[in-house]
Design a protein around this ligand. Structure first.
Ligand SMILES: [Zn+2]
Length: 395
């Protein structure tokens, strides 16, 4: 893969004030727009200039195909070449995509996603968190651009991603490790203190409690009725850990008990009743936002998927492959679907907004009828109320 500096910033999200600002913060800003004349474009084609990819396409009259500027195919004669601003324009002019440089396949966005995916793999395989400078240089980007791109693709900063990933390693190692210390060294922590400081965030409980299968963990829960049927709401001291929908309240409780066999389950108190009321209001009208902390427990991959789901506004839907693209793992469509199915916080993590590519409402943990009802509600609410965030996540 080329490590050239991308010259387009159009795919990036809103400015991120947390991104570090370095001396070469905006290398692209110094460059004036190029490739505006045929002469400049032809020069880019001769140079097979990767930086020109996505800025224009060139087509060859004698072969009937169009290419990215960097295509490795034999250089055509200038007199047979025409330039097009977009692939649509080239195709409209009757040219078909080159089989070699595949100009019809996603370009810059896919390349960015691939670079970030490579950085994710790099973080996962490293014993210690690689520096931001090192990750950026390996991706061929400035630290500033890399940090922004990483966050827009994964929903997490590189450090948060590394922490989530280490948490995943600890979670998988703790139950089989001979000691907590062994598990934490295996996960790349080099001091007990740092591990215990991070453990609550990663595991949702103290390490020793986690090893015991969640024994003695206190979880409050209540079952209520809402417009969609029965609703079970449960919370640890850290935040909501379950929101389930169903038709049979007893079945909801049984399923919940099966999920937390070792925990100490207790009924609602006055404060928790207020939370339940808030959840009911939110489930019936997601647009109002939740505003309660969530105790999100999942692998780093699941957390990336769930973060992407929370970015889908009420009233809108995305396909499983859209979500896979957005988290930088375009080939993980099946894993995305599994992460959606593993979600235990109905509506708060809006997995109901993910539908099949053709728009079909597919499976839903709490029943396809409930998914249809939620989507219909959000569609009809659409024009009435302004958008609101879906709540704080304490993940
Ligand atoms: Zn080509």
């Amino acid at each position: 893969m080329s490590l050239s500096q991308p010259t387009s910033r159009r795919r990036e999200s809103a400015p991120d004030s947390t991104a570090p600002r370095t001396g070469n913060a905006a290398p692209n800003a110094k460059r004036k727009p190029r490739y505006t004349t045929d002469a400049a474009r032809w020069a880019a084609v001769i140079a097979r200039d990767k930086a020109a990819d996505g800025r224009f396409y060139y087509a060859v009259r004698t072969t009937g195909v169009y290419c990215r500027p960097s295509c490795g195919a034999r250089l055509a004669l200038r007199e047979n070449v025409s330039f097009h601003d977009s692939r649509e324009a080239a195709e409209h002019a009757g040219f078909r995509p080159c089989k070699r440089c595949k100009p019809d396949k996603a370009g810059l966005a896919a390349e960015h996603a691939a670079r970030i995916a490579a950085a994710c793999r790099r973080i996962e395989s490293a014993d210690a968190m690689p520096s931001l400078e090192m990750l950026a240089s390996e991706a061929g980007l400035s630290t500033y651009h890399f940090h922004r791109l990483f966050k827009s693709v994964t929903g997490l900063t590189p450090r948060a991603y590394a922490n989530a990933r280490r948490g995943e390693r600890v979670r998988s190692t703790l139950p089989i490790a001979s000691s907590v210390t062994e598990a934490l060294y295996d996960a790349g922590f080099n001091s007990n203190g740092r591990f215990y400081a991070a453990a609550g965030d990663m595991l949702g409980m103290k390490p020793a409690v986690f090893r015991d299968g969640g024994a003695n963990e206190v979880i409050r829960f209540a079952v209520a009725q809402c417009a969609l049927g029965a609703l079970l709401v449960a919370a640890t001291p850290r935040g909501l850990c379950a929101i389930s929908l169903g038709d049979d309240p007893d079945a909801l409780v049984r399923e919940f008990q099966d999920r937390f066999p070792q925990a100490q389950l207790i009924g609602a108190d006055a404060k928790f009743e207020r939370w339940v009321a808030q959840v009911i209001g939110f489930v019936e009208t997601p647009r109002i936002g939740l505003g309660l902390p969530l105790d999100v427990r999942g692998t780093a991959f699941q957390q990336r998927v769930w973060q992407a789901l929370r970015d889908i506004p009420p009233g809108q839907t995305a396909s499983y492959s859209d979500v896979a693209e957005r988290i930088g793992s375009p080939r993980s469509v099946r894993a995305v679907a599994m992460a959606c199915a593993a979600n235990t916080l109905a509506v708060a993590i809006p997995c109901h907004r993910v539908v099949r590519q053709n728009g079909d409402v597919s499976g839903y943990r709490w029943g396809v009828a409930k998914k249809r009802a939620l989507l219909a509600r959000e569609a009809s609410e659409g024009a009435r109320t302004p958008g609101a965030s879906t709540g704080d996540v304490n993940a």
